[in-house]
Design a protein. Structure first.
Length: 66
């Protein structure tokens, strides 16, 4: 499965690393591509992974998912 989400608050490469780490922490995530300037993350994951859990892990790092 593939999902593109909008993330507010990514301002530096350190922020991108935090978001990448939060996404990768979830079981079933195969890949992610993060665009800081556009505030988007493209996530590829298996059908057993809940996108809501991925979003929650990003928000736990202090970012807002729209």
């Amino acid at each position: 499965m593939k999902e593109v989400i909008n993330i507010c608050g990514m301002k530096s490469s350190k922020d991108i690393n935090k978001v990448r780490q939060a996404i990768s922490f979830n079981e079933g995530v195969f890949a992610c591509k993060i665009e800081r300037k556009e505030g988007k993350a493209e996530i590829i994951f298996d059908q057993y992974t809940d996108i809501e859990k991925i979003i929650a892990s990003i928000e736990e790092m202090g970012f807002t998912v729209i």
